[in-house]
Design a protein around this ligand. Structure first.
Ligand SMILES: [Zn+2]
Length: 139
């Protein structure tokens, strides 16, 4: 059984200390996630990979109480569990949307420190575990 990223190039580093891979434009300084080959701001192509900080702050969040429509939702609606979704603001100057490891709104607060972790998204047909990133409150 292997751990397979849901999308290659989304994150890098040690699985226990993953970092999201964004990009920065060398012309205008725009930072983007996921990594962009062309700058979304000035449309230039002078972008390079940028590892985002492991931690940021929770900018806003909500709790997803029902399965998203299939497609694009790739999970199994039968085994759906509510989960948190939020935007985390990184020191590099951008906000990234992602799943939260916490789905109890009483344990989440805007402005709290969050860190990037990996969690299993689903099993692949080959028996591998497909991994995605999530944000976990820093204890
Ligand atoms: Zn640019």
């Amino acid at each position: 059984m292997a751990h397979v990223p849901i999308d290659s190039g989304l994150y890098a580093g040690d699985p226990g200390a993953p970092q999201l891979v964004g990009s920065r434009c060398n012309d205008c300084g725009e930072v983007a996630f996921p990594k962009q080959d062309g700058c979304p701001s000035c449309t230039g192509s002078a972008t390079e990979a940028l590892l985002l900080s492991r931690r940021g702050t929770l900018w806003t969040f909500t709790i997803q109480h029902f399965p998203p429509p299939v497609p694009p939702f790739k999970g199994d609606p039968e085994s759906f569990q509510p989960f948190g979704v939020g935007y985390v603001e990184f020191p590099e100057g951008l906000r990234v949307e992602g799943r939260l490891t916490e789905c109890d709104p009483d344990r989440l607060a805007i402005g709290m420190e969050m860190e990037v972790v990996l969690e299993k998204f689903m099993d692949s047909d080959d028996g591998d575990e497909i991994m995605t990133f999530a944000f976990r409150p820093v204890a």
